[in-house]
Write a protein that binds this ligand. Structure first.
Ligand SMILES: C/C=C/C(=O)SCCNC(=O)CCNC(=O)[C@H](O)C(C)(C)COP(=O)(O)OP(=O)(O)OC[C@H]1O[C@@H](n2cnc3c(N)ncnc32)[C@H](O)[C@@H]1OP(=O)(O)O
Length: 295
């Protein structure tokens, strides 16, 4: 089996992905935006509250066509070999509660991670007016594949914080969290089927890495100084260990000059690592958002 490195840089244009108000509301609920009190995140979780305009939670683009459709051009490895290793998102524009975006994807890097390989898949999400709305980078771990060379230089903006966190936020995941989150479109049975989970070596189905990621983003926009003020411009993190539905998450946040560094722990173990978030440069409602370059 192999990763098709000859396809590095080749752009695959996927079918347009459309979403509506319900899809945006479901995403917000699936990352806990209505908790701990139904009035929390009401702009993300309702469309008909008095004096409130529905907003799309900023990490929603990660569930919109991130692989550009088929994964056949990536390699001939098996589904059970794939783990989600990390995710980056840069927002160039705000999303409306309904719309359509076309994903343009390409393999941006392939390299070794221990006895596994990593494929980085970059996707530009472009609106019908050909405006770039968001850029995502999925880091896919292909287990038991090697021979692709060292990781490219650059640590994604992360430096180990030397101080105690500025905020520590706890969020519960529910036992049915993955069953809810999969309705955003990722129906990989690793998250729902005990047989598939055991085939991959897990005692039970694991939570989508992107669910933990969305919950961390929620903790950040509520509790990090600049993100609470200006909104999210970009977010990048590594999935360091699996989370099981029902576990309690603890997000540690360090404020920085342009956003925040963060880690998420479950039962004392780091599950999301090297988290870097930047705030949007200008107030929400403007189209100019921070840091168009994906690190
Ligand atoms: C289709 C699936 C969808 C999903 O959503 S799956 C659920 C979400 N994903 C996960 O739950 C994956 C969680 N992560 C893991 O389980 C582990 O993480 C890995 C199995 C991916 C790797 O673990 P190990 O092989 O034990 O690696 P190490 O000994 O911790 O580190 C060895 C080197 O690998 C780097 N590394 C570790 N994790 C990652 C990662 N996620 N992305 C990129 N690099 C990684 C480290 O830094 C280090 O490198 P250096 O030796 O140079 O220090």
């Amino acid at each position: 089996m192999a990763i098709f490195t000859e396809n590095i840089g080749k752009v695959t244009v996927g079918e347009p992905v459309t979403w509506d108000s319900d899809a945006a509301l479901l995403y917000a609920l699936s990352i806990g935006a209505g908790r701990p009190d139904a009035a929390e995140g009401i702009e993300y979780t309702t469309e008909n509250s008095f004096g409130v305009r529905q907003k799309v939670f900023p990490t929603f683009p990660v569930v919109l066509g991130g692989s550009g459709g088929s994964m056949d051009h990536l390699g001939d490895f098996k589904l059970h070999q794939i783990l989600h290793g990390g995710q980056s998102l840069v927002l160039h524009r705000q999303l409306a509660p309904q719309g359509s975006l076309t994903p343009r994807s390409y393999i941006s890097a392939v390299y070794d991670q221990g006895k596994n390989a990593i494929i980085e898949l970059t996707t530009d999400l472009v609106d019908p007016e050909d405006q770039l709305v968001a850029t995502t980078v999925i880091s896919m771990i292909i287990r038991d594949e090697t021979g692709y060379g060292p990781r490219p230089e650059g640590a994604g903006g992360w430096t180990d914080p030397a101080t105690e966190p500025d905020a520590v936020i706890t969020q519960a995941t529910s036992v049915d969290q993955a069953l809810l989150y999969r309705l955003n479109g990722d129906r990989n049975p690793l998250h729902s089927d005990p047989v598939m989970a055991s085939k991959v070596g897990f005692p039970r189905p694991v939570l989508h890495g992107l669910c933990t990621y969305g919950m961390a983003a929620l903790a950040l926009v509520r509790n990090s100084r600049l993100l609470a003020e200006r909104g999210l411009g970009s977010i990048n993190a590594r999935f360091a260990a699996p989370v099981f539905p029902g576990q309690m998450l603890e997000t540690r946040i360090w404020n920085t000059s342009d956003g925040a560094l963060f880690q998420v722990l479950a039962d004392g173990k780091i599950v999301l690592d090297r988290g870097v978030a930047t705030a949007a440069v200008v107030a929400e409602g403007s189209v100019e958002l921070k840091d168009a370059a994906v690190k």
